[in-house]
Design a binder for this molecule. Structure first.
Ligand SMILES: Nc1ncnc2c1ncn2[C@@H]1O[C@H](COP(=O)(O)OP(=O)(O)OP(=O)(O)O)[C@@H](O)[C@H]1O
Ligand SMILES: [Mg+2]
Length: 269
């Protein structure tokens, strides 16, 4: 039996920010089912790759979504085709309530409110609470819930577990697993146990290029190869410490600060 066509195919994708090339000739495919994980050290171009697919940064190369070229389209057209994006920094309207955040996210006539209610009961219990006063984990769930309200054909989720307490990581992973049973997910994730639990395929990026692609288990079962490609053990829960090949400003401090803040807030409900 032939494999079904991929939902997303990227070929020779390059992108730059302020004239600096951050994605270089990237090729990968996202199967129409399950979770495909994008891995890589800090600052290697994972987020930029997602932004290039969405046309949020200037790009060249081929991007096919469900068999149609979308690389010439503006972002709003691409999103209308059914790509839901959960950005790295948990986009919620801080001054609005949980209920208002969800209502604003509704697009179609039949929002998936039932699934959201079922997946995030603790969040729904806080419907009247302002999103800015939620913990990091709850904001992440709200951010995911906003995207899940609509019928998307692909979800692109950028580091949803970053900086969260272990218990909340498990909850977010469970929600993603449920979502992925309905809609394919392209997931940027540094927590390798979460990758192992969710992803069937991994794409590893380094210096804006794909340096490895293949079954998730095959890579993560090979601790030496995992260390070689990612600089961490296959059982590690977060990003490697100590900077990047690019000397990106977003490094250790950026990651560790919200972690502490979130964890202390998770423990004081
Ligand atoms: N707004 C920006 N202005 C200038 N350079 C940027 C900007 N955003 C990203 N970059 C640079 O582009 C490169 C790739 O960054 P990107 O955010 O895509 O990496 P990443 O793999 O997602 O990193 P992280 O693991 O920290 O999330 C880095 O060198 C980064 O410094
Ligand atoms: Mg990123």
């Amino acid at each position: 039996m032939n494999a079904p066509d991929p939902i997303l195919r990227v070929a020779g994708l390059s992108a730059s920010i302020d004239g600096q090339q951050v994605v270089e000739q990237v090729d990968f495919e996202v199967p129409a089912t399950g979770v495909t994980a994008v891995l890589g050290r800090n600052g290697v171009g994972k987020t930029s790759t997602l932004k290039a697919v969405l046309g949020l940064i200037s790009r060249s190369g081929v991007v096919e979504f469900d068999g149609a070229r979308i690389d010439g389209e503006p972002t709003h057209r691409i999103v209308q085709r059914g790509i839901g994006y959960v950005p790295e920094d948990r986009e919620v309207f801080a001054s609005l309530t949980v209920a208002e955040n969800l209502r604003l996210a509704e697009r179609g006539t039949t929002p998936n409110r039932g699934m959201v209610d079922e997946l995030f009961p603790d969040l729904i219990a806080r419907s009247a609470q302002r999103a800015g006063s939620l913990s990091g984990g709850q904001q992440q769930m709200l951010s995911l819930a906003r995207v899940l309200m609509n019928d998307n054909r692909l979800l692109m989720v950028d580091e949803p577990t970053k900086g969260l307490a272990p218990r909340i990581v498990t909850e977010v992973a469970a929600a993603l697993e449920r979502a992925a049973a309905v809609t394919p997910v392209l997931l940027v994730e540094q927590n390798l146990p979460v990758v192992r639990r969710l992803a069937h395929t991994v794409v590893v990026i380094e210096g804006g290029r794909v340096i490895h692609a293949g079954p998730a288990a095959e890579l993560l079962d090979d601790d030496e190869r995992t260390q070689q490609l990612l600089g961490v053990h296959s059982t590690d829960h977060g990003a490697p410490r100590g900077g990047t090949d690019h000397g990106a400003p977003k490094g250790d401090t950026d990651r560790s600060a919200p972690t502490g803040a979130d964890e202390s807030r998770e423990e004081t409900p």
